[in-house]
Design a protein around this ligand. Structure first.
Ligand code: DAH
Length: 348
């Protein structure tokens, strides 16, 4: 009996050496399982003489405990070996640095808004925003824009019904500010505006404006001109050349367009690099590009909103932020602002 136990011990030792988890489990079942060899020895003890049973029983129990602990140790060792092998074989290198996410940046239009707002804040203007959905009253009537004016036409403006529309300019905020605030007034209004324009090289149905309004005692056209030059100098640099060209807006009198020397042909009015002297498409061969409108606030606009034009006067302007951005960076197609092409946007 004791000899048999010694044999089993050798067999276990050999079988567990470098064994796979599956082989270890086979040893456990073969020795300690229900029909295992050590289990069989333990079961057979009852048939022995009391004296021999005592000695064999002690040895068999010792062997069982020893076998169990050998199997446990072998299992733990095999698990660790398997893990170590997996780590060397796996292709993921966890020590490599992570992949960097592309950093976003401000859209060029947002950057130009930022530059403009910086200037106006330094001049003591407030910045206010207005609703995209406007009343016909604020968008047109209170701005001295009669029924007969072409901008009121269905084909130019997005109407919801007869009273509400998508604002076609930021000028209605002039009225909303005057309704609420007594002069002196100094505000700028950034925001999106909407027109029923077909998309082409100079038009998009959504674009961006910055409205300005100043009302005080004794404000005159010279103040307006000075501010227009400050804006141009701040955006395009001190050498920027502008001109005020007489124009018409129903809510200003007199009115003017602010033009800047053409950023494509540099005011030379012929396409750069072209031997045939092709006409410049951006300035239509005039040498000037129209950037925004301005004027002295029409007395009727002041009166309608409760300000006495005998006491106060003011000027207003509506900057086309997309056009300013195009002029600043020499962009010839405003559609690029809306396409979210990262290659394009990354340049600014
Ligand atoms: N609202 C005009 C437009 O969208 C732009 C404009 C012109 C605004 C003259 C003004 C202004 O405040 O004085 O075409």
């Amino acid at each position: 009996m004791l000899e048999k136990l010694t044999q089993l011990r050798h067999h276990i030792e050999q079988s567990l050496r470098d064994a796979t988890p599956e082989a270890i489990e086979a040893v456990r079942v073969g020795m300690l399982g229900k029909k295992g060899e050590i289990t069989a020895v333990l079961k057979g003890l009852g048939q022995l003489e009391p004296q021999a049973r005592k000695i064999a029983g002690q040895a068999a129990n010792e062997l069982r405990d020893w076998a169990q602990s050998q199997i446990d140790q072998a299992k733990a060792g095999a698990g660790a070996a398997k893990q170590a092998q997996a780590l060397t074989e796996e292709s993921i290198d966890i020590t490599l640095p992570g992949r960097r996410r592309g950093m976003g940046r401000l859209h060029p239009i947002t950057q130009v808004y930022g530059k403009l707002e910086e200037l106006f804040l330094s001049l003591g203007f407030d910045i206010v925003e207005g609703p995209h959905i406007e009343t016909v009253y604020h968008n047109f009537d209170a701005l001295n824009t009669p029924e007969s004016h072409p901008s009121r036409d269905e084909s130019d403006t997005f109407y919801f019904d007869e009273n509400y529309l998508l604002r076609c300019h930021t000028s209605p905020m002039q009225v909303r500010v005057i309704e609420k605030q007594k002069p002196p007034i100094r505000v700028v209004v950034p925001g999106k505006v909407f027109r029923r324009d077909e998309v082409d090289a100079t038009h998009t149905p959504v674009f961006h404006q910055l409205e300005g309004l100043v009302i005080d005692k004794g404000v005159h056209m010279g103040d307006l001109r000075g501010i227009m030059e400050l804006i141009a100098g701040h955006i395009f640099g001190p050498g920027a050349k502008i001109r005020l060209r007489p124009s018409f807006f129903p809510f200003t009198e007199p009115s003017a367009e602010v033009d800047i020397t053409c950023y494509v042909c540099d005011g030379k009015a012929s396409r750069p690099g072209s031997e045939a002297n092709d006409p410049c498409r951006v300035c239509k061969d005039s040498g000037w590009v129209e950037l925004w409108g301005c004027g002295m606030v029409h007395p009727q606009v002041l009166r309608t909103s409760g300000i006495d034009p005998g006491e106060y006067s003011g000027y207003a302007f509506g900057l086309g932020v997309d056009r300013i951005t195009s002029a600043l960076y020499g962009i010839t197609d405003p559609r690029l602002y809306f396409e979210n092409d990262v290659q394009f946007l990354r340049q600014f």
